[in-house]
Design a protein. Structure first.
Length: 190
């Protein structure tokens, strides 16, 4: 039976777009179904992209709300979807225990660094400023910390010769787009 997935985004959702394509016609086709793309920003570009791909979308504005209040609204909204997993793909909010406990060990995130070395936003900037010859992309479960959950998989990104932040980001995103779906396939096939 295919796993029922909601993807959470806050912006354009390039990882979301790749995962949707993989679920519709690629390596995730036999293991999961994207039943919802959700955003905390009603004008997020990724919502339009998801709609153009035939995926149901929804949003609840988070601005001005406390994390627990917003997350309680989201949990209530999601109840009817019977989700197996929530996949974060550029969702730029720290989740509170309200949603983390409701979906314990079922919220997955991708982080553009080795979570043993760097947590939080700005990972590509950190790699660039520290002249890293490589970095890692980490797929992990979400817990109450920031990028501290149990690691599902890591993939190295070669940064040798990358002389601009844009080059670091381009190389990292290219790996993210392929690796996230591969990690989800491995997780959902077991």
């Amino acid at each position: 039976m295919k796993k029922r997935i909601a993807i959470f985004i806050s912006g354009r959702g390039s990882n979301m777009e790749t995962i949707v394509h993989q679920a519709q016609t690629g390596i995730l086709k036999n293991v999961c179904e994207i039943v919802l793309v959700f955003s905390n920003k009603p004008l997020a570009k990724g919502l339009e992209i998801a709609q153009s791909l035939g995926v149901e979308t929804a949003s609840i504005l988070s601005k001005g709300k406390k994390r627990e209040e917003f997350d309680a609204e989201v949990v209530e909204f999601l109840a009817s979807y019977n989700l197996d997993y929530i996949v974060l793909a550029g969702f730029m909010r720290i989740l509170s225990p309200v949603i983390i406990q409701a979906y314990k060990n079922r919220i997955i995130n991708i982080h553009p660094a080795d979570t043993d070395e760097f947590q939080g936003i700005g990972a590509y900037e950190w790699a660039f400023q520290n002249n890293k010859k490589s970095t890692k992309i980490t797929v992990h479960y979400v817990d109450e910390g920031v990028d501290t959950g149990q690691v599902i998989a890591k993939q190295e990104v070669d940064l040798s010769g990358a002389d601009t932040l844009e080059d670091v980001e381009r190389r990292g995103l290219a790996v993210e787009h392929q690796f996230y779906s591969e990690a989800l396939l491995k997780l959902m096939s077991t």
